[in-house]
Design a binder for this molecule. Structure first.
Ligand SMILES: Cc1cc2nc3c(=O)[nH]c(=O)nc-3n(C[C@H](O)[C@H](O)[C@H](O)COP(=O)(O)OP(=O)(O)OC[C@H]3O[C@@H](n4cnc5c(N)ncnc54)[C@H](O)[C@@H]3O)c2cc1C
Length: 399
């Protein structure tokens, strides 16, 4: 298999963004749904691990697309970036859905330990030995590269749930374990969406003909898939919890604590911010009960170290990686307030809550503008994209 690589530093991410910019218009709209396979993908950016870690920001992606193509020609690309902001907001307003996923996953893992038939089927799926050639190849690709094309993710999730009839939580966990871009909101809510739990009664069914067409004939699982399944039931989501207010940045000296949810401190704080020291934590192994693949841990750590190095140079401050258990002592030793980028619902937010030291959480205008609008489905949210662009005025990266 020709393997894919993914930028783990801002410099590499900016290079990929620049190279992809000419394709964010018509090429993206025409080609984004098809997957020609590893090494041959030209019509999607493959920037998701970098965006997930905010080595580049959503504003920079949208700003680049507008700059190169204008709002109309880049509409499709811009909408996809806003899917990410929509999912983040949807979960932020309903954190109980993440807790419910984790609780259901724990129950399904317990069943796996006692039910031999389920365990056998699960092992065939996660080892890519089901006999469904496309599914097995995609599981191998996920394990090998830590990434899958969006349409492939939809097919894999659908085959997992409706053909293999495995619990959706175990599939979502497999993805989170291996994806370099593993994200509590995009992953959990996309799996729920495929299952028919996110938009009740509407599920995503993988069809052999669609797979054949959009893999350009590389796979043709005719007769192998359940193409007439019923959607899964889901309890009504909890009522919306209004977005918690962000903290204000202190005017005097401060400590900056970075983490994997936002690694572009240079655009989070103004250049005159009096940063006395920068620390960073990396906790990708807290993604779930089985942690994460070593490749994911290495990738996230490299990216966090890159964010730390850049912040240290930008704010001319000493910098160090910290274990979560060291943060309280680090803060007490300096005797200064600790500022951190807002961590949305997920494992990093949970770790930050348990550090035992007060934190001032700063939220980007992008998130504050987008998230409160994720009250209903994506289509009403999409209507507000022009107003969001007007308000946020995204621009390409400065350098
Ligand atoms: C079952 C399932 C699980 C998924 N899990 C994750 C996940 O854990 N983390 C993650 O970042 N994405 C997830 N996605 C969304 C999507 O598949 C990836 O973001 C996309 O494949 C990234 O490829 P790209 O960078 O080439 O995107 P492009 O098509 O080039 O789009 C540009 C950027 O927009 C964002 N984006 C594009 N499509 C989506 C989408 N459908 N949903 C959310 N954001 C999007 C990404 O940040 C992406 O880098 C999941 C989708 C499905 C169906």
């Amino acid at each position: 298999m020709t393997t894919e690589t993914f930028p783990a530093t801002r410099t590499e991410a900016l290079a990929r963004l620049a190279a992809f910019a000419p394709r964010m218009g018509a090429a993206y709209a025409a080609g984004r749904n098809s997957d020609p396979g590893p090494g041959a993908r030209r019509d999607v950016s493959r920037l998701s691990p970098a965006v997930r870690l905010r080595l580049v920001t959503e504003a920079e992606l949208v700003g680049t697309a507008l700059d190169h193509h204008g709002a109309q020609a880049a509409e499709k690309f811009i909408q996809e970036v806003f899917w990410r902001s929509y999912w983040k907001g949807w979960l932020e307003l309903r954190p109980g859905v993440w807790d419910a996923y984790r609780a259901e996953l724990a129950r399904d893992r317990a069943t796996l330990a006692t039910n031999g038939g389920l365990r056998h089927a699960y092992e065939r799926a996660v080892n890519g030995t089901t006999g469904i050639a496309c599914f097995d190849a995609w599981v191998a690709e996920l394990r090998e590269t830590g990434w899958l094309h969006n349409h492939v993710r939809m097919w894999v999730a659908s085959i997992w749930i409706f053909t293999l009839r495995l619990p959706w939580t175990l599939g979502a966990e497999l993805f989170l374990h291996h994806l370099l871009d593993g994200d509590a909101a995009s992953n959990t809510l996309s799996w729920r969406w495929v299952a028919g739990m996110q938009t009740p009664g509407k599920h995503y069914v993988a069809r052999a003909e669609n797979i054949r067409r959009h893999t350009l004939g590389r796979f043709d699982p005719v007769g192998e898939l359940d193409e007439n399944p019923l959607p899964l039931d889901a309890p009504v989501p909890p009522p919306i919890r209004p977005l918690r207010p962000a903290d204000a940045r202190p005017t005097g000296p401060l400590l900056l604590l970075l983490h994997e949810d936002d690694l572009h401190a240079e655009s989070l704080l103004p250049p005159q911010a009096a940063v006395a020291a920068v620390g960073a934590i990396a906790v990708p192994e807290r993604r779930g009960p089985t942690g994460c693949a070593p490749e994911v841990a290495g990738f996230v750590r490299r990216a966090v170290e890159d964010g730390l190095r850049r912040a240290a140079a930008h704010f001319r401050a000493p910098a160090q990686m910290l274990e979560p258990g060291e943060v309280a002592r680090w803060a007490a030793g300096h005797g200064l307030p600790v500022v951190t980028p807002w961590a949305p619902v997920g494992w990093t937010a949970a770790v930050l809550d348990g550090l035992g030291t007060p934190l001032l959480r700063l939220r980007r205008d992008w998130d504050s503008a987008c998230w409160p609008r994720a009250t209903k489905g994506f289509f009403p949210f999409r209507e507000s994209i022009p107003a969001l662009i007007e308000r946020l005025a995204p621009t390409p990266p400065m350098g």
